[in-house]
Structures are given as structure tokens and as C-alpha cells.
Design a protein around this ligand. Structure first.
Ligand code: SAH
Length: 199
């Protein structure tokens, strides 16, 4: 499959225009170490160390739920290859985007790729992101790219009021909108993710 076909398939699934534009602007093959011929198949791909980039459909779905605007402060936990960070950068070109990754080699490599792809508003941090990023809180948006067993309350605590968290919990994608009184929670079952490792 070619990039245009992937874009066409995302269009046919009625994702918002700005999400499709972001996919158009980012080269997935730059973030995939091997099997670059498969870069635009709608499947998860290995990025080394037993980790994978999610399939584009799943990423598009999560990014749609995250509802990113420009100039926001955004955190991705489990930033792996940096592919999703690059998409976030296109969705919020004047935003401040942070990625945390617990595998040092991936964190280092993603920094280099993002630099090479000329993406400037993203900072990658090597470390355990299961507790968020205390020194940069609060965030407008938090996206988690690995699955936890329970809703990560510590991450919800690092959201601004009206902020949104999108996170896999077991085999569901869960959206939390933080409100002054009670948070709004929605669950979408039927997904598979690598586990969030909690040290
Ligand atoms: N969004 C990534 C997907 C990577 S897969 C991409 O675009 O490539 C999920 C990543 O979460 C893996 O790289 C894994 O190492 C990382 N991860 C798992 N537990 C973590 C934790 N506690 N803190 C930070 N990263 C974690």
C-alpha cells in the first residue's frame, strides 16, 4: 500500500479533515526501522525492543478522541518511535509537545528522527511515564500509547480543567474529560496494545 491509499482509507472511514492532513504530512517510513515497504499498511509495525507502532486506524481514532487544538501543551506516554509525536506536532504546530519513553534506545532514536524530519516543537524524555511528567504539568491533553490495568489517576491529576486524557485500559480505549465536579468517561472496547510498564 502507498501513502495515498492509506490516506484514502482514512478518508473513507470519515476521520476529521485535520487528522487526515496530519497523516498526509508525516512520513511513517521514517519512523519504521525495518520493513519500510509495509510502512503504509494499516497494521501495527515493529519498532524494535518488542514494541510496535499501532496501526494507523487506531492512532487516527485515538487522535480524533483527543481533539487537539493548536497552542496546547500535550504529553504522550510511551512515545516509542516518535511517529505519534510527529502527528501531534502537525495537529498543534504552535503547541508544546512532550513524549516520555522508558526504553532508552527508542527515546534516543526518536529524537534523531524527529530532528531529521524537521519537527521542532517536540521534546522527548527518557523515563517512566506512568506517573506523568510532574515538572511540566498541567497539560491540555494526555495520550497514553500503552495499556494499563486501571484508569491512571496520576495522569488525570496532571490535566487542566477541561483537559482530555485518552488511554488504553486493558482492551479498551478510554477517554476522560476532566471537569470541575465529576469527570466524564467514555469507553471504546476492542483494541490491543503493548502493556504500560509500571516500575
Ligand atoms: N506511540 C508510539 C507507540 C509505541 S508502543 C509510536 O508512535 O511509535 C508503546 C511504547 O510505550 C513502547 O515504546 C514502550 O516502551 C512504552 N512504554 C511502556 N511503558 C512505559 C512507561 N511506563 N513509560 C514510558 N514509556 C512506556
Amino acid at each position: 500500500m502507498k501513502k495515498e491509499e492509506l490516506i484514502r482509507s482514512l478518508k473513507s472511514r470519515k476521520f476529521p479533515e485535520k487528522i487526515i492532513k496530519a497523516f498526509e504530512k508525516v512520513n511513517r517510513e521514517s519512523f519504521v526501522p525495518e520493513e519500510k515497504v509495509l510502512a503504509y499498511e494499516d497494521i501495527p509495525l515493529p519498532i524494535g525492543f518488542g514494541q510496535t507502532i499501532s496501526q494507523p486506524y487506531t492512532i487516527a481514532f485515538m487522535l480524533t478522541l483527543l481533539n487537539v487544538r493548536d497552542k496546547q501543551k500535550i504529553l504522550e506516554v510511551g512515545s516509542g518511535s516518535g511517529y505519534v509525536l510527529a502527528l501531534l506536532s502537525k495537529l498543534s504546530p504552535k503547541g508544546k509537545i512532550f513524549g516520555i519513553e522508558r526504553i532508552k534506545e527508542l527515546a534516543e532514536k526518536s529524537k534523531k528522527v524527529l530532528e531529521k524530519e524537521n519537527i521542532k516543537n517536540v521534546q522527548v524524555i527518557y523515563g517512566d511515564g506512568s506517573k506523568g511528567l510532574e515538572k511540566e504539568k498541567p497539560f491540555d491533553r494526555i495520550l497514553v500509547s500503552a495499556s494499563s490495568r486501571e484508569l491512571p489517576q496520576k495522569l488525570i491529576n496532571q490535566l487542566k480543567i477541561n483537559g482530555i486524557l485518552v488511554t488504553p485500559v486493558r482492551n479498551s480505549i478510554v477517554v476522560v474529560k476532566k471537569e470541575i465536579n465529576e469527570n466524564k468517561i467514555k469507553e471504546y472496547p476492542g483494541f490491543v496494545f503493548v502493556p504500560l510498564i509500571e516500575d
